[in-house]
Design a protein around this ligand. Sequence first.
Ligand code: PLP
Length: 363
Amino acid sequence: MAASFEDLLARPDLVWMGQNTTHLDPPAEVVQALEQSVRDRDFQVYAPPAGFEELRRLVGEDIGLPEVQVWITDGAVAGLYHLCMTLAPTISRVITTDPGWPWPGRFLGRTGVPLSALDVYDTPTRTLTAAQVAEVIEPRSLIYLIDPLNPLGSRYARAELEAIVALARETQSLIVHDCTYRHFATGHSLVAELYPEGTFTTYSFSKWLGLAGLRLGAVIAEPQLLSALTAVPANPLGAGIVGQRAAIAGLKVRGPWLEQVRRVNRANIERVEQVVADTGFGEVVVSPSHGNFLAVDVTATGLHSETVCDALLAADVFIRPGTYQSPHFGERFVKVSTSVPPAWVERFAAAWTSLAERTRVTV
Ligand SMILES: Cc1ncc(COP(=O)(O)O)c(C=O)c1O
C-alpha cells in the first residue's frame, strides 16, 4: 500500500519529487509577509469572501487576463470542486484525458455526470485533439483541459484549442482550462482569450510559488459566468488570510522569482533526462516537458510503475506511479517532479541508477 503523506512527512530525509510542489528556498519577501501576518495576528479574522482586491488584481495581471474577474479559493482544487458541484445539474458529460488529474471527473461522477477520459498517452501530441472531442461531445458538455498536462508535461497548441473551442461553441459546452502549471510552460495560450463567454480558468499558488500547504488558488472567468459560482461560494468566509498575504508578496516579486524557479526546473529536467538516458532504464515520455515534472515510461524495464516508486521510496526518494493519474496506462510510467534543489535530483539520480543496476542483475 502507498505510504500516507503523514508517514512521508515524518521522514526528515525524504526527497519530495512526487507532488509537483516547489521546494526551493522561498522568496524572502514571502517569508517576511508570512511572519508579519502572524505577528499582526491576521489569523484571528476572516478574509473578504472573494479574496483581497489587491490579490485578485495581481492574479488577473499575472495570468494575462486583467479584465476578467478573479475568485480566490482554498487551492485550485476547492474552486474546481465548487464549480463541478454547482454546475453539475446543467452538464451532460465531462470530457477529459487519460492520463490526467482525476478529481473534477470524480466530483462530477458523484452527481451522476458521465465521464469520457480519452486516451492521450500514445497519441502524437499527447494532448486532447478536437477530433477526439468531436466523437463524444454532446450539448452542454464540460471539457476539462489540463494545460500543461499533469502528468505528461505536454501543452496544447493554439490551433488545437481553437478547434476545441469551435466544438464547445457549437454545443453550448463549457471549458475549464486548468492552468496550474502555466508558469513553467513556453508558448502557452489561454482558452479564455478564444472563448471568454464559456471558459473558466483555474490558477494555483501551490506550484510556481511553492505555497501548497497554504491552500490558495483561484477561478477566473467573465463576471456573468463567475457569478454562477460566487452567488453562493464554497468559502463565504474567505480563503486563509495569512496565505493571501504571502501570495500578494510573491506576486510582487514574480519576475525574478519565476526566472530562478524556471531556470532550476529546466536544468533539473535535463539532468533527469540524462540519468534516464545514461542508465537506459525507462524512456522519457514528453521532451521537453512544459511542467515542473516529467513522465518516464518504465514498460521496457519489466517493472510495474509502483514497484519502481517503492524501490525509490526505500532510498527516501518520493516519486509518483502513473496509477494515481491513469486507469489505462498507469502501470507503464512514473512521474518525477523537478522544481526542487539540484541536490535532491542527485539523490534521485543515485537511487534510479542503483535500481537500474539491481534490475539488470536480476533479469
Ligand atoms: C492539474 C491540477 N489541478 C489542480 C491541482 C490542485 O492545485 P491546488 O494545490 O491549488 O489545489 C493540481 C495539484 O496537483 C493539479 O495537478
